[in-house]
Design a protein around this ligand. Structure first.
Ligand SMILES: [Zn+2]
Ligand SMILES: [Zn+2]
Length: 346
């Protein structure tokens, strides 16, 4: 079965072929009950403490966060050396790297939005540690931390968790951001993201929440209806450079933002969350400003933003919504999680 990286000569980017993962468990057809009905512990969940995973390993009886190596990795240290491509125009190489899973909490039915701010801060420390450890390995060029949340993005297990892909190449979007921010710094002497923050704070109409050192906003150029950036206000290439105070403020802004997502339609809000941190390829990346991006696929409670002709075929997004209106909706969604209100009967 094919497991390798193939170079896309037209897009100038790597494609990971991980056909061996076809054997991974498929549970996409399971109907997930509303999260209010979910138990705190599910004996059938492969992420809950003490449970057996498909690969045969047993989870620790963990109390806080729990990190383990993905049982069905798309990149791994033992991935095979690929066979010759058979054509000069094609290139390939081994899909080397590390794929891990991070459980946010032993609680099966608790979302990131519902974690206490202190536990979100602790999770930020775990992400920082993973970035440092994996990024320091010479073969690792980038550490991608991301969470796919909800069936709309293909995840049927509600247990709060994210994934880490530490790869031997830099993901395309990060590579573009690193190149663009470096050029902007060379040409203007300014950090591009600082100028974006300045513009967003000057108008304020797309800002969702901010405190002393962190902010969240729907960017002016949002491609998805409820696209949101969460960032420290000071420029740091990655989580590794944040002070303790900045970590705490960032955790607060994350929580404020996530609660508004869930409150918007009183349902677990599906999204792809991704940490954009500087590549660990030995480059300078001084103009790179660490931030977290949310790409929610829904435009309305049961209306997906379909990627079609312009997006898939042409590569540019066509958005049917106004970033200013969507930011106003999120600001107004309230900062007490709807499940908390339900349970206290307010
Ligand atoms: Zn679970
Ligand atoms: Zn970014």
């Amino acid at each position: 079965m094919t497991w390798e990286e193939r170079w896309h000569p037209l897009r100038e980017e790597w494609v990971i072929i991980a056909a061996h993962r076809q054997t991974r468990p498929w549970s996409g057809e399971t109907i997930v009950r509303p999260s209010t009905d979910l138990p705190a512990y599910d004996p059938d969940c492969y992420l809950c403490p003490g449970n057996l995973r498909v690969g045969g390993a047993r989870n620790e009886a963990y109390q806080g966060t729990f990190v383990f190596t993905n049982d069905h990795p798309c990149v791994g240290p033992d991935s095979p050396d690929p066979a010759p491509t058979g054509a000069d125009v094609y290139r390939n190489r081994a899909a080397r790297g590390v794929a891990r899973v991070v459980c946010y909490s032993p609680r099966h039915n608790l979302s990131l939005a519902e974690l206490p701010a202190g536990e979100i801060e602790q999770l930020l420390r775990v992400w920082r540690e993973q970035y440092r450890e994996l990024g320091s390995r010479p073969e690792i060029k980038h550490v991608l931390v991301f969470e796919n949340r909800g069936e709309a993005v293909g995840v049927s297990n509600p247990h709060p968790h994210c994934q880490i892909y530490a790869t031997n190449f830099v993901f395309k979007t990060i590579e573009t951001e690193a190149r663009v921010t470096q050029r902007y710094l060379a040409e203007t002497g300014q950090v591009l993201f600082q100028d974006i923050l300045k513009a967003e704070r000057a108008r304020g109409e797309r800002v969702i929440f901010e405190n002393d050192t962190a902010i969240s906003f729907v960017p002016y150029f949002a491609r998805y209806a409820y696209e949101v950036y969460v960032a420290p206000k000071a420029t740091h290439p990655s989580l590794a450079e944040l002070s303790e105070r900045e970590l705490g403020d960032l955790a607060t802004v994350l929580k404020e933002t996530l609660i508004r997502f869930d409150n918007l339609w009183q349902m677990p809000f599906p999204y792809v969350m991704v940490l954009h941190q500087a590549p660990t390829d030995g480059g300078g990346h001084s103009g790179f400003h660490f931030h977290i991006e949310f790409h929610p696929p829904l435009r309305q409670p049961n209306l997906l933003k379909y990627l079609a002709g312009p997006e898939i075929g042409g590569g540019n997004f066509l958005s049917d919504t106004s970033p200013e209106e969507k930011a106003a909706e999120l600001r107004a969604a309230g900062n007490v999680h709807y499940r908390q209100i339900d349970s206290t009967g307010q």
